[in-house]
Design a protein. Structure first.
Length: 281
């Protein structure tokens, strides 16, 4: 994991590097926000929850995921990516998450030709050993910072309020969200669908499952965090169902070594990990 510069703290959750050996690696990809990805070496194929499939190119985008997906990395792989915030995805693509999700998108559909050329050149230089992954992240940062679309101020205000509401606890009351905004509940629902893909109650359900997965995958977070999160579930069956839906793993599988387990560090998940980081701090 490579933290973003302060100037991109509201645009990038984290930069990350995934490297594998020559053997194929099968992994589940949790229901993350959009990812801008550079494949320095190797390839990765995705199968999404609705049966849609996609294969990587040198530079591509994994649109916001509302469900977990299966992937196969054909090695040796060196993959460098940026996990985008919900607002950054809109600034970069202007594509509503409730319409465009759970699919791969070609770089040409979103990025300017000069930005694609810069990322491809960085990938080639990294593959040849002339630069390191951090330099590729710098090119990703420049691409994200150049996002061409402006956001409406009222939309930004609602999105930030939703994020603050999500970060206020493990199971915040939805009435508190509606009381905190200056627009109608119908407008909140509409804006939430555009940025997060689903209404607020479903966003909370996804964040709660990801947080539970983080706690189970990172035992060092402590028993108190685990108990607080588990208390938000009606029973164990609901916990298992939601974790499987959004991470593709069972609670037991989350404790086993895997690429995904390494990616379930709360510090790398921005808004979803914020309550855990606050409690740990």
């Amino acid at each position: 994991m490579i933290p973003p510069p302060a100037s991109l703290a509201r645009s990038v959750h984290t930069f990350y590097v995934i490297e594998t050996g020559a053997a194929p690696v099968e992994e589940t990809v949790p229901a993350y926000s959009a990812q801008l990805i550079v494949m320095v070496r190797g390839s990765v194929a995705f199968t999404f929850a609705d049966g849609r499939t996609g294969c990587s190119s040198r530079v591509f985008v994994n649109a916001p995921q509302l469900r977990s997906a299966n992937s196969v990395l054909e090695g040796p792989v060196l993959q460098i990516g940026a996990s985008l915030t919900h607002a950054a995805w809109q600034r970069l693509s202007n594509l509503p998450a409730d319409v465009v999700h759970d699919r791969l998108i070609s770089a040409e559909a979103i990025l300017a030709p000069e930005r694609i050329a810069a990322l491809e050149a960085a990938a080639e230089a990294c593959d040849a050993g002339r630069i390191g992954p951090e330099a590729v992240c710098a090119e990703l940062a420049a691409t994200i910072a150049a996002g061409p679309f402006d956001l409406r101020s009222d939309h930004v205000e609602v999105v930030e309020t939703i994020l603050a509401w999500l970060a206020s606890g493990f199971d915040p009351d939805i009435r508190a969200l509606y009381e905190a905004v200056r627009v109608s509940p119908r407008q909140v629902q509409r804006i939430c669908r555009r940025f997060f893909g689903v209404p607020p109650a479903q966003v909370l359900k996804r964040f709660r499952a990801l947080r539970a997965a983080m706690v189970l995958a990172q035992p060092g977070l402590g028993e108190a965090h685990r108990d607080a999160l588990m208390a938000t579930y009606f029973d164990q069956a609901h916990l298992i169902r939601d974790i499987r839906r959004y991470t593709g793993r069972t609670p037991t599988q989350l404790r086993q070594p895997s690429v995904m387990r390494a990616l379930l560090d709360p510090a790398s998940h921005g808004d979803a990990g914020a309550p855990l980081m606050a409690a740990a701090g």
